[in-house]
Design a protein around this ligand. Structure first.
Ligand SMILES: Cc1cc2nc3c(=O)[nH]c(=O)nc-3n(C[C@H](O)[C@H](O)[C@H](O)COP(=O)(O)OP(=O)(O)OC[C@H]3O[C@@H](n4cnc5c(N)ncnc54)[C@H](O)[C@@H]3O)c2cc1C
Length: 266
């Protein structure tokens, strides 16, 4: 791959080794199957154990929570290589890292962190992030989903739309309006009154799982509440800022793939 900006010399030996081993994995295991996955609009779930094995889930989190303790640059390089394979793969890793593990790490209790993060780092539990709604996208403060305090927990009502990993996820980080403002919750897929629907016929990100989350008098226990989200929407927006970092690196990978395709055409 051409290094037009001579960025390689800025990378550590470990960062280059990680990028190169991921590059080999993408070439061997992603490029041969991804065109079909894109055509069939299917996320290649069979790659999740491999992605976890390479330490790409919870990559920058401390080792004590199952993370790899890697540098932000190493994470960026991983996003670049993943997106060179397909935007859906980078999107999967962004959602697991920045939008699911990060809010638990940043806003969760010690018990929530110890329970969920190692499982998520191993790819045994997949997360999704429910902020957007059918009538609330660019302006998430206008969300209608509510979380009402009830005895022993919370009752969720509302719908989240365009949610990456919605159907493959075991848990959802859900943002909802309470009497005190917007708060975040960890909602288990098994919670009563919680269902997911696939969004079909996308024109882009076709190899990514996208869906709708529906909460119909969904009861979750008190330990689902993320106490660090007491500052409201700022917590959700901070997660999006984390995700944007990986997406920016991913755009470089998409550009590399485009350049390679043009070179192939001669
Ligand atoms: C494939 C995919 C995956 C996604 N994954 C997730 C996810 O995992 N979790 C999640 O919560 N969300 C997710 N989203 C939702 C995404 O974050 C929203 O699409 C985004 O916030 C924009 O919201 P919207 O689609 O409702 O567009 P709108 O808010 O309706 O905006 C439509 C257009 O109007 C413009 N616009 C809006 N308001 C203004 C204004 N005041 N002034 C000028 N222009 C304006 C926008 O820039 C945009 O061009 C995903 C979306 C897609 C397509």
């Amino acid at each position: 791959m051409d290094d037009f900006l001579q960025l390689d010399e800025l990378l550590s030996t470990e960062e280059k080794m990680l990028r190169d081993s991921l590059r080999r994995m993408i070439d061997a295991e992603v490029l041969p199957i991804i065109a079909n996955a894109y055509e069939c609009a299917e996320f290649p779930e069979n790659l999740i154990p491999k992605i976890a094995e390479l330490g790409l889930l919870g990559m920058t989190l401390p080792v004590e929570y199952g993370g790899a303790g890697a540098s932000k640059t190493a994470y960026g390089l991983a996003c670049q290589e993943l997106e060179r394979g397909d935007s859906g793969l980078r999107s999967f890793v962004s959602v697991q890292n920045s939008l699911s593990m990060f809010p638990i790490y940043a806003y969760g209790t010690e018990a929530q962190k110890k329970h969920w993060l190692p499982l998520m780092a191993r790819g045994e539990v997949i997360g999704c992030f429910g902020l957007t709604e059918p009538d609330s996208g660019s302006d998430p403060a206008s969300m209608r989903t509510t979380a009402r305090k009830v005895s022993g927990g919370w009752q969720l009502n509302g719908t989240k739309m365009w949610i990456s990993n919605a159907n493959i996820a075991h848990i959802a980080i859900v943002w909802a309006k309470t009497d005190e403002g917007i708060r975040g919750f960890i909602v288990d897929k098994a919670a009563e009154g919680f269902s997911q629907n696939v969004i079909h016929h996308k024109m882009s990100l076709r190899a990514s799982d996208t869906g709708e989350l529906v909460f119909d008098n969904c009861f979750i226990t008190d330990d689902a509440y993320l106490p660090g989200t007491e500052h409201g929407l700022a917590a959700a927006l901070n997660c999006l800022s984390q995700a944007r970092y990986g997406i920016a690196w991913g755009a470089m990978g998409a550009a590399q793939a485009s350049l390679f395709a043009v070179q192939l055409l001669g």
